[in-house]
Design a protein around this ligand. Sequence first.
Ligand code: TRP
Length: 329
Amino acid sequence: MVKKRVLQGMRPTGHLHLGNYLGTAKGMLALQEDPNYETFYMVADLHGMTTPFDPKKIMLESREVILDYLSCGLDPKKSALFLQSSLADLHVQLAYYFSTVVTVARMQHLPTYKEKVKQYPENVTMALLNYPILMAADILIYKASMVPVGMDQEPHMEVTREIARKMNLLYGLGFPEPRSLETKSRYIPSLTGEGKMSKSVEGSYINLTDNLETIKERLAKVPTDSGKGNKIPEGGGVYTLLTIVELFQGLEKRTKYEKEYKRSGIKYQDLKNELAEAIFKDLEPIQKKRRELEKDRAYIDNALKDGTERARAVASKTVKEVKEKMGLI
Ligand code: TRP
């Protein structure tokens, strides 16, 4: 059976929170266990350099990401785990070849680019403009056909398919046109009651490393109402609580609370305490594993070494092929 190759890139943005765990890590685990797929999971540290970064921290943060995912259950025997920078010679090289078939105008018009320009007007660099081309190289270098990404990355996926088509047409290459894979990634609402759980919004998230006390404190701050009403809120803090109740305590529990809301009323303090216990029960084994792995540098080093080797075997073949077809060999 020919396995479909999956490539996922994670930006190194510090510790995972509950939203990443439910939305991303669980999806990655499911793919890893699915015999139809071969999984390549990469920390996109080179992409982390397209916006301001701290050279003292970048490597540490990438390793933290690996540590987090390993703690959640990623298995280096099943998935190839590696850092993009360990294969910079190949990824960046391919991105350069790709850049010969992409116009500047196409890159400048991307909504993702415009957003970053607004966010960091002092840092509109060539690296930023090249972001989508490097991402296309990340994906096509492994001839991945599936890429688990959020909706916000769709413009980059479109660019990737365009590049694949152009390279195939101009140089007779056989790149697949990769599709985004909607992981069962759920939209995890923020604890503030507005928007989604996000690392950049203080008070919006629960960290995977939080202890019971901290989880209780964070939940205590979720804004609520009188606990009673004719209509179940479809937004705000109460909605967030009910969503998380469903994820950690099941739909039945949510339904029970919804009934209470319309009748006797919800006692939020009890709800929050019970919910905190349920969340912690799920996080405890992950935290335990993390503490074990933190002490075992060699395990992570080996996982990365092994993953890098597997990735390099595939990537170097693709680059050689492209060089040949482009007339460089
Ligand atoms: N741009 C992606 C993001 O911000 C990260 C990324 C880099 C990526 N290279 C990739 C994702 C390759 C998927 C495949 O989420």
